[in-house]
Ligand binder design. Structure first.
Ligand code: K1U
Ligand code: ZN
Length: 183
């Protein structure tokens, strides 16, 4: 398994529309494992393939507190079941350290395939409804900051630049340190 690099806003590759998965083969299964490892390494609760520069309709998710088996959605279709929208403070691994309220339909139907190619057909509310709509947006080249004001989008760009610079400095410093020994 491998931790994959996550694209950061405003990388134009995040705007690519994802293509359907044709077959759940060994290559897709490896990508699923790598995406799950990447999501956990980044402390996320979801990840769309678009965020790791793979433009196919694949999402992984784990909303549990104690790492239940992660959910996998292949070729998902999400249909709102109510007109009522609810606000939720969203975050995004591609927009580090930026959080803001987004309003989305509170109840949706999810149709997809799982990692074994079996059909999923479920009704989602709460965080699952929020997260699946956020991840579906990624597959369609949409990022949650697109729902915010121009001013907030500019601030988000500046914040991401700052966070990436700090992370870069930290990784350079870590590379200079002698490796910790397990004694
Ligand atoms: O798609 C992503 O970038 C993953 C994203 C999923 C998400 C979180 C919250 C609302 C909508 C979608 C994250 O995992 S962000 C990091 C995170 O773990 C988190 C942030 C806010 C609330 C809960 C979790
Ligand atoms: Zn996101």
């Amino acid at each position: 398994m491998a931790v994959l690099p996550i694209l950061s806003y405003p990388d134009p590759r995040l705007r690519t529309i994802a293509a359907p998965v044709k077959e759940v083969d060994a290559e897709i299964k490896t990508l699923i494992s790598d995406m799950i490892e990447t999501m956990y390494a980044a402390d996320g609760i979801g990840l769309a393939a678009s965020q790791v520069d793979r433009h196919i309709q694949l999402i992984v998710m784990d909303l549990s507190e104690n790492r239940d088996p992660p959910m996998v959605f292949i070729n998902p279709k999400v249909t709102p079941l109510v007109e009522e929208k609810q606000p939720y403070e969203e975050g995004c691994l591609s927009v580090p350290d930026v959080y803001d309220k987004v309003e989305r339909p509170s109840k949706v139907r999810i149709e997809a395939l799982d990692a074994d190619g079996e059909a999923i057909d479920e009704i989602a509310e709460g965080l699952l409804a929020v997260c699946i709509q956020h991840e579906m947006d990624h597959l369609n080249g949409v990022i949650f900051v697109d729902y915010l004001s121009r001013l907030k989008q500019t601030r988000a760009r500046d914040k991401v630049k700052k966070v990436l610079k700090i992370r870069e400095k930290q990784s350079q410093q870590a590379a200079k340190q002698p490796e910790a020994t397990n004694v």
